[in-house]
Design a protein around this ligand. Structure first.
Ligand code: SAH
Ligand code: SF4
Length: 353
C-alpha cells in the first residue's frame, strides 16, 4: 500500500496546493510544506513545526517523504564528495559534490546529478554505460540528491547551499526528459533551493529529437553536448548513438537550440591518447563547430576499469587545447576532480566496494 502514496518531493508547489485544497486542507499550507521539503530539506513530517498536528497527520497518511538512504560517502583528496544512495526499491545511484574553495563569489558548491539507474547508450569509455539501463529515476529522486546532500552537509556546515547543478552523473538526461525538466523547475523555484537557471548545465550524448524538444522549453540552462570526436568514423567507434544521429544532424540540432534559446553551446571533448588528440582532429573539431557559438571543454579521459583506452599526458592535452585556441575556439581544459574515489566524469557505477 505504502508505495501508492505520492512522493511529496515529486510535486510542484502548485500541484501540492491543488491536492491540498481538493482534500479540504488549507491552500497556504502548500507553501509551508513545499518550503520544508524543498528548501529546508527535512526528512520527517514532524519537523514541519508550523503546519499543525492535524495537517502533519494528514500528510503522513497520504504522502510519502522518500529520502535517499546514504550507504557510503567518500571524500577525495581534492575535497570532492561522492555519495552512494540506496533508493526505495533498493536500486543504487551515485551523486557527486564538487567544492570550489577560495572562490570569492562564494558560489562554490556544484552537485553532479544522476538521472537514470545505469544508462542504455553504451559509450565505450564510460563506467555507467557498462551497466545498461535499469530504469529512469523519478523527478523526486533526481532532485532528492540535492536535498539529501544539503541535509547531510548542513550537519557539518549549517549554512551549506548548493549553487550549481550539472546533469552529468549516471544516465542520459534526455532519455528521461519529463522528470528531468520537472526536477529543474522545482530546484529553481524561489520557495525551494532557488538554483538559478543559468547555474544549471544539462549534458547529453547527442539525442537529436530531444535536443529540439528541449529547445522548445526555452530554458536559460546551459546545454552541454558530448562530442568526443569530430568525424563520424571515429565517433561511431566510441559512441553508438552516432550511428543513429550522425554529426551533421547533431550540429543541426545544436544550431536550432542556439537559435531558439540564444545560449552558447558547450561541447565536451574527452581526449583519448592516440585516438582523437591529434592536431588534425583539432582542426576538424574547429571546422565542425564553426557555425555555432560554443565553448569547448577538453577533458582528459578518466580511467575506467577494464578499458583499453589511454589518457593523454598533460603536455599533449595542453597542446591540443592551445591548437584549438589558436583556431579561435573558446576552449578550456577541465581539471580532473575526485578521480581517486572514482567520482570523476564517466566513473560512476554505484558499486559499494
Ligand atoms: N549521458 C550524458 C551525461 C552523463 S556523462 C552524456 O553522455 O553527456 C557526463 C560526461 O562524462 C559526458 O561528457 C561523458 O562523455 C563523460 N565521460 C564518460 N566517460 C568518461 C571518461 N571515462 N572520462 C572522461 N569523461 C567521461
Ligand atoms: Fe550514458 Fe553518458 Fe555514459 Fe554515454 S557517457 S554511456 S550517454 S552516461
Amino acid at each position: 500500500m505504502n508505495n501508492l502514496k505520492p512522493d511529496i518531493r515529486c510535486l510542484k508547489q502548485e500541484e501540492l496546493q491543488d491536492l491540498l485544497v481538493a482534500a479540504g486542507e488549507k491552500g497556504f499550507r502548500a507553501q509551508q510544506i513545499f518550503n520544508w521539503v524543498q528548501a529546508k530539506a527535512v526528512s520527517n513530517w514532524n519537523e514541519m513545526t508550523n503546519i499543525g498536528k492535524s495537517c502533519q497527520g494528514f500528510m503522513a497518511e497520504n504522502y510519502q517523504l522518500m529520502i535517499g538512504n546514504l550507504l557510503k560517502r567518500q571524500i577525495s583528496r581534492d575535497g570532492t564528495n561522492k555519495f552512494l544512495w540506496e533508493l526505495a526499491d533498493k536500486n543504487r545511484v551515485e551523486s557527486v559534490l564538487l567544492r570550489h574553495d577560495g572562490d570569492i563569489t562564494r558560489n562554490r558548491n556544484t552537485v553532479c546529478l544522476s538521472t537514470q539507474i545505469g544508462c542504455p547508450m553504451g559509450c565505450v569509455f564510460c563506467a555507467t554505460g557498462k551497466l545498461g539501463l535499469v530504469r529512469n529515476m523519478t523527478a523526486g529522486e533526481i532532485l532528492g540528491q540535492v536535498l539529501d546532500i544539503t541535509r547531510c552537509m548542513r550537519e557539518e556546515e549549517p549554512d551549506f547551499k548548493v549553487d550549481n547543478l550539472v546533469y552529468m552523473g549516471m544516465g542520459e538526461p534526455l532519455l528521461n526528459l519529463p522528470a528531468v525538466l520537472k526536477s529543474i523547475r522545482i530546484l529553481n523555484h524561489e520557495n525551494g533551493q532557488r538554483i538559478g537557471m543559468r547555474r544549471i548545465t544539462l549534458s547529453t550524448c547527442g539525442l537529436v529529437p530531444q535536443i529540439r524538444e528541449l529547445a522548445e522549453e526555452n530554458l536559460d540552462i546551459v546545454l552541454a553536448v558530448s562530442l568526443h570526436a569530430a568525424d563520424n568514423n571515429l565517433r561511431n567507434e566510441i559512441m553508438p548513438v552516432n550511428r543513429q544521429y550522425p554529426l551533421e544532424e547533431l550540429l543541426g540540432a545544436c544550431q536550432y537550440y542556439q537559435e531558439k534559446t540564444g545560449r552558447r553551446i558547450t561541447f565536451e571533448y574527452v581526449l583519448v591518447k592516440g585516438f582523437n588528440d591529434s592536431q588534425e582532429q583539432a582542426d576538424k573539431l574547429a571546422r565542425l563547430i564553426s557555425r555555432v557559438a560554443a565553448n569547448v571543454n577538453v577533458i582528459p579521459l578518466n580511467k575506467v576499469e577494464g578499458e583499453g583506452f589511454k589518457t593523454p599526458g598533460r603536455i599533449n592535452a595542453r597542446r591540443f587545447l592551445e591548437h584549438l585556441r589558436h583556431l579561435g575556439i573558446n576552449a578550456v581544459l577541465r581539471e580532473e576532480k575526485g578521480s581517486d574515489i572514482d567520482a570523476a566524469c564517466g566513473q560512476l557505477a554505484a558499486r559499494e566496494s
